[in-house]
Design a protein around this ligand. Structure first.
Ligand code: AMP
Length: 325
């Protein structure tokens, strides 16, 4: 990490300071480490490619490559039989116009690389004209070349996700499906159990397992999905890491997602991921961190603070798990 105050630095035995593609820092890392893993996907692929050639990298480089690029991600999902909303790669305004008229519904334009928490995306109304689209394109591209996808807006009942762990031998253990609520495109709350039809829940777990196996994944990953108003499941995104919608496992499962990840990449057996209580996870975003004193007073709450120094609007500062029973 380039940042001496990064949350992980505060709990690590050693910090190698450098940008994620700094060859000297990466080379020190590969010399020292038996296993290299990553916990964010917005890191330069070339640097990690070099790491993969010089050390054991888990999850593998393919998983990082696919989940960094929305075009590759959607194509990968569909080619493995995992349904998504209708989407089209768009490299200019004319491509967007063509895709929009094909979908014939309100749509969402997303940058292929680097978007997260609603950043790098914009709604395009069904009847938008070329000049409306050009304005949105310029806003997202800042005048640079840009690859995007246009997605048909999903009419969804709820958003769910499944976190799964896969070990080196190919065993895959899913956690329970969970229901996610977003506010301003940022995950606000995760509710477990999800309160969905059990058949849909099982299918969601199967889809997440399918993705993990198809990627030959080792570690913990998350598949985010929509449950449509017609009861269909559509995959939205792959997160190649322990995920915010899996933070509830810290207090409600025998083995949480972080331990499960370490077990998988270290070549150990996976632990028991069963849930032993109902739970609601709430993120502390921006100045919600100031609620800490009230939360400490509540005995049904388990508080997790990340030690981030600056409070900024939209920044995830911590979360708490409220144990229900
Ligand atoms: P993403 O960055 O793709 O995870 O999108 C962030 C959030 O925007 C999702 O969690 C949804 O709430 C919403 N969203 C993204 N894509 C779609 C879509 N195709 N249809 C409806 N809502 C969407």
């Amino acid at each position: 990490s380039p940042d001496v105050n990064a949350p992980a630095v505060q709990v690590s035995h050693r910090h190698i300071q450098g940008e994620y593609d700094n060859r000297r820092a990466l080379s020190e890392l590969t010399e020292r480490a038996d296993v290299v893993t990553y916990e964010l996907e917005q890191i330069p692929l070339e640097g990690m490619q070099w790491v993969a050639e010089n050390a054991y990298l888990a999850p593998n480089i393919h998983a990082l490559d696919v989940s960094q690029d929305r075009v590759k991600e959607k194509a990968f999902l569909n080619s493995n039989g995992v349904p998504t909303t209708a989407w089209k790669e768009c490299r200019n305004v004319a491509d967007v116009e063509t895709a929009l008229s094909e979908f014939a519904c309100d749509s969402i334009l997303k940058v292929a690389f680097g978007g997260y928490d609603g950043k790098g995306q914009a709604k395009i109304l069904r009847d938008a004209g070329a000049s409306d689209i050009a304005e949105i394109w310029d806003r997202l591209s800042h005048g640079q070349e840009m690859v995007t996808i246009l997605e048909a807006t999903v009419d969804f009942d709820c958003e769910i996700s499944v976190v799964v762990a896969r070990d080196k031998a190919g065993n895959v253990v899913p956690y329970d499906p969970v229901r996610n609520h977003h506010e301003n495109h940022i995950l606000a709350t995760t509710i477990v159990p999800a309160g969905i039809d059990p058949a849909i829940g099982e299918k969601a777990q199967t889809l997440a397992k399918t993705v993990a196996s198809a990627l030959e994944y080792v570690g913990v990953m998350c598949l985010e999905m929509f449950v449509t108003t017609d009861g269909e499941l559509l995959a939205n995104e792959i997160a190649p890491r322990p995920h915010n919608s899996g933070h509830w496992t810290l207090d409600a499962c025998f083995t949480d997602q972080f331990e499960q990840h370490i077990r998988a990449i270290a070549g150990w057996n996976l632990g028991n991921g069963e849930r032993h209580c109902d739970v609601i996870m709430e993120n502390l975003i921006g100045d919600e961190i100031n609620k800490t004193n009230d939360l400490i007073a509540d005995g049904s709450v388990s508080l997790h603070l990340y030690g981030k120094v600056d409070i900024k609007p939209g920044r995830k500062m911590g979360h708490f798990n409220r144990i229900i029973k």
